[in-house]
Ligand binder design. Structure first.
Ligand code: HEM
Length: 443
């Protein structure tokens, strides 16, 4: 489905309408005011997550993304607090180090055309490794390559024909050797890898303060072992880790790929970014998240990429936990709700030039960055993405360090490149090649 379809349907059927035809009816929330009314004003009523047959088998309803009730509340709170602690202490430096690595990898292409998608996904995966395992890997490390392959397979599997078939006929699919079986094997492989990591962490000499997610989790398990309401156990730990990899690596990587593609198709905007970076920083400084206030245009651009080339087909589904009426439409308990984020991002009442890539959407008249609640890409309310800050840290750090080092150009002879997405659950850029021309070598 094209992302423009649901906003068109809302024009005909109103801002709350039902899609039928799949395994269960889906209620679409269209427009910012509707999404706000439901997900923010009635946050607790829409705090549920539907667990479809495939994800029920894969996640067992554990962890954060597909958990509900007490387990979800406890695991989510733990995730948020731990990420905040690690963010300040370790992640800021890890992301800067990763950005330097990425600059080196781009530089090794010597200005020749290459596909940036693999180095980018390796970088965002390495940030997840730093968060969860407390270390990064070299991009040729066998274990790392296996790990990223597993995670990528399962992220790409979502939304495929085979996946949708499983969701529709789960009883039948159990007897057919379709690619979903590989997806289950990937989960088992990830589980055995994570188990090995947990054991390694268990035998490490105790540290004064935990340094990664597993450390913090094991500490919490020990602390709450006599608490009958505790959900801190190895199954939830594994699923939290799996959630961090699957929700956090591909999303961030795809956004960065869009950003580089859009710069090549908007050289005037690329020039403005270069100027801002040159005015703000010396030649050998590594730029970090803490520097974002010095580069409002670049920070605004990152937000505009997320609006203009939103990587999600729709917002993530929710489940209503009580009967409720939203803007005059009755929604019964147990309904599946989907916020249509594209209806917000294409609304001319919200954005000056919705069809144009325009970083000024996130700037005030004095050129200062303005964070806008209408950028509902990370969801809203009680289940808003817990990695929102981390994603922004990664995006601004990777992007600004790359832009300071290179001018991005299309390969010689390539006059045009498509900015139409490959359609699926995520809206991915089509494979493209770029030339990263070192700026210090330009005349
Ligand atoms: C550009 C990058 C990202 C985008 C676009 C994105 C988007 C989203 C969206 C739309 C949701 C669903 C929110 C809702 O139901 O309202 C979500 C949830 C979630 N995200 Fe992200 N995300 C990104 C990066 C990350 C990162 C880096 C992490 C790593 C920790 C992460 C972890 C999660 C988790 C654990 C949830 C589940 C929250 C819950 O159900 O309570 N995300 N994300």
């Amino acid at each position: 489905m094209h992302p423009g379809v649901l906003p068109e349907m809302a024009k005909k059927h109103g801002n709350v309408f039902t899609l039928r035809g799949g395994t269960q009816p889906v209620i679409i929330l269209s427009g910012f005011e509707t999404i706000k009314e439901a997900l923010i004003k009635h946050s607790e009523i829409f705090a549920g997550r539907p667990l479809t047959p495939f994800f029920k088998v894969i996640t067992k309803g554990k962890g954060i993304v597909f958990a509900n009730g007490h387990t979800w509340k406890q695991q989510r709170k733990f995730g948020i607090v731990t990420m905040q602690k690690l963010g300040k202490k370790v992640l800021t430096h890890q992301i800067q180090a990763e950005a330097q690595q990425l600059v080196e990898i781009f530089a090794s292409a010597n200005g020749q055309p290459f596909d940036p998608s693999l180095p980018i996904i390796n970088s965002t995966s390495n940030v997840a490794c730093a968060l969860v395992f407390g270390r990064r890997y070299s991009s040729s490390d066998e274990e790392f390559l296996k790990l990223t392959e597993i995670v990528n397979y399962n992220t790409e599997f979502g939304g495929t024909f085979s996946h949708l078939l499983y969701e529709t006929f789960p009883w039948l699919m159990k007897h057919i050797p379709w690619p979903y079986k590989k997806s289950f094997v990937c989960v088992d492989d990830l589980l055995s890898y994570v188990k090995k990591e947990i054991e390694k962490h268990r035998v490490e000499p105790p540290m004064e303060e935990p340094q990664d997610f597993i450390n913090y989790y094991l500490f919490q398990m020990e602390k709450s072992k006599n608490d009958p309401t505790s959900t801190y156990d190895e199954e939830n730990l594994f699923q939290c880790i799996s959630d961090i990899f699957s929700a956090g690596t591909d999303t961030t990587a795809k956004t960065l790929q869009w950003a580089l593609l859009l710069l090549m198709t908007h050289p005037d905007i690329q020039e403005k970014v270069h100027k801002e970076l040159d005015d703000a920083f010396g030649p050998s400084q590594t730029i970090g998240y803490q520097d974002r206030k010095k580069i409002p245009y670049t920070f605004a651009l990152i937000h505009e990429v997320m609006r203009y080339k939103c990587i999600l087909l729709t917002g993530n589904p929710r489940l209503s936990l009580q009967d409720i009426t939203i803007l005059g439409t009755f929604i019964p308990k147990g309904s599946m709700i989907v916020p249509d984020v594209h209806s917000v991002f294409s609304d001319p009442k919200i954005w000056e030039t919705p069809k144009k890539f325009n970083p000024s959407h996130f700037l005030d008249k004095d050129g200062k960055f303005v964070d806008r609640e209408e950028l509902v890409l990370f969801g809203a309310g009680s289940r808003v993405c817990i990695g929102k800050e981390l994603a922004k840290m990664e995006l601004i750090t990777f992007f600004s360090n790359l832009l300071r080092a290179f001018t991005f150009k299309l390969p010689e002879g390539v006059k045009e490149v498509s900015t139409e997405p490959v359609l699926g659950f995520t809206l991915t850029p089509q494979h493209y090649k770029l030339c990263a021309i070192p700026r210090n070598s330009e005349t």
